[in-house]
Design a protein around this ligand. Structure first.
Ligand SMILES: [Zn+2]
Length: 466
């Protein structure tokens, strides 16, 4: 007899307090992947998660560890039948560091304040994959999930997944699936679920200005000899519009995406609070382009380092050279070469005061990604999310680069990739007081349950037809 999905959902909701206790236990382990001192914490957590996946009912739960890498956890359950799709669930158990951050609560002790649970990793990404554990456990209690399931929980996402491809090569079976649910992304608000469909790429460029062979007295020569510092500032100014945004290399965004961007509930208040804007500083004007488009689909510039004189190096001199490191977020489908060419056209033309200007880049540091979610699996996701959240799934982007997503996109882009998560604009992932909204966690659990039910109904043959 088929399992009643509503019974599964009810059971899962009742199990949420227990799930939060389980999550609290995981969050107490400082599995910080970028600090060698915490490598054993990553291993401890991986072993614990393995045990818990096995206890829930998954088969072949194992921790695998390559040389010079942190471990990864695999588990599976393949008894739903050959005609049912295999769904891979991805999450990561490692954490960002907390050193230097000021927290209101202990970052490694889950603390509920109001509607949010605070701890490093609460939403990025432990709450994400724990929401799948709660859903699967409820399915197992009723006899088993309706789809075949594989689980991959990585231990190196926060350091850029440097060994994920080696794990994919070494254990290809562990990644074999008809659809993938990659859970490490954001929702536009606690009321609106997000489906992530794009990432921006990353390009780093060194802009250098040279004028003199030695530093010279500014009182003697200032007025007839260029100052590299001000020339550098003038050059930077060429790249910007009246609002200070990058004006070079903008891309055309198609009508459908434009319209989707307009529906994202990214209000000035959300941006103000999420980005910690000071009270007197306004959000940049939209100027006919949605906030979503500015943050996800257009390129953006940040100066991340300069060799301009610092207070300790202050002296009354004209300097020989000055440079700035420009971090450029590329539009999702923009090539680093195109952007570099656009920058050179502007920066190298008639230099201010005739200074020598050079623009150098080692190429893209992160790949962008632009995905079109089409086909029955996404219609299934739409239904599942609307049922769980009471609100339609909205397509969203990520302004940064996520190496694991680009990698999954490259290797498995021919099958449905459903990118979800439990973050929202107030999560402050990677910063102090990271938190997860408890209402989102509950709805994520329900959406996971309904999604497996919907994908199972499509069947293996139906899921990949586009
Ligand atoms: Zn993450």
């Amino acid at each position: 007899m088929p399992i009643d999905v509503d019974v599964v959902a009810t059971r899962a909701e009742l199990a949420i307090p227990e799930a939060l206790a389980l999550l609290g236990g995981y969050l107490a382990i400082p599995a910080i992947s970028c600090e060698d001192a915490h490598a054993d914490d990553v291993r401890t957590l991986a072993a614990k998660v393995r045990d818990d996946l096995e206890a829930i009912g998954l088969d072949n739960a194992r921790v695998v560890e390559l040389d010079d890498a942190l471990p990864i956890v695999f588990a599976e359950w393949l008894h739903a039948g050959d005609d049912k799709p295999t769904v891979l669930i991805y999450g990561h158990l490692d954490l960002q560091p907390v050193a230097g951050e000021i927290w209101r609560t202990d970052p490694h002790q889950a603390t509920v304040v109001g509607e949010r649970l605070y701890a490093r990793g609460a939403a990025d990404d432990m709450g994400g994959w724990v929401s799948h554990m709660v859903a699967l456990r409820a399915w197992f209690e009723q006899g088993g999930p309706p789809c075949n399931v594989r689980i991959v929980i990585e231990g190196e996402e926060e350091i850029g997944s440097p060994n994920l491809e080696r794990y994919m090569d070494g254990w290809p079976d562990a990644f074999e699936a008809d659809a993938m649910v990659l859970t490490d992304c954001e929702n536009p608000s606690p009321d609106v679920p997000g489906l992530t469909v794009s990432l921006r790429g990353l390009l780093e460029v060194e802009l250098t200005v040279r004028a003199l062979d030695a530093d010279v007295h500014s009182g003697l020569w200032g007025g007839m000899v260029p100052d590299v510092s001000t020339a550098l500032v003038l050059l930077l100014g060429r790249l910007l519009d009246e609002d200070g945004r990058l004006a070079v290399g903008r891309v055309e965004v198609d009508e459908a995406r434009r319209a989707a961007g307009g529906r994202v509930p990214l209000t000035a208040e959300v941006i103000r609070e999420g980005a910690h804007l000071r009270s007197g500083v306004p959000v940049l004007p939209e100027r006919g382009v949605s906030a979503a488009e500015w943050m996800w689909w257009q390129p953006a510039l940040t100066v991340v380092a300069t060799t301009l004189p610092t207070p300790e190096r202050k002296k009354n001199a004209l300097r020989q050279a000055a440079s700035a490191t420009l971090s450029i977020r590329l539009a999702p489908d923009q090539s680093a070469d195109d952007m570099l060419e656009a920058l050179c056209d502007v920066l190298l033309a008639s230099p201010p005061g005739g200074v020598e200007v050079s623009v150098e880049s080692a190429g893209a540091l992160g790949a962008g990604w632009l995905y079109t979610p089409r086909g029955p699996a996404f219609e299934a996701a739409d239904r599942a999310y609307e049922r769980a959240w009471g609100s339609r799934l909205v397509q969203v982007g990520v302004g940064g680069s996520i190496p694991f997503v680009a990698l999954f996109g490259e290797r498995f882009g021919d099958r449905p990739l459903i990118l979800n998560g439990v973050m929202d604009p107030l999560t402050t992932a990677h910063g102090p007081n990271e938190s997860m909204h408890l209402g989102i966690f509950r709805k994520a659990v329900l959406a996971n349950i309904y999604l497996l039910d919907e994908l199972a109904a499509l069947g293996r043959a139906g899921i990949r037809t586009t």
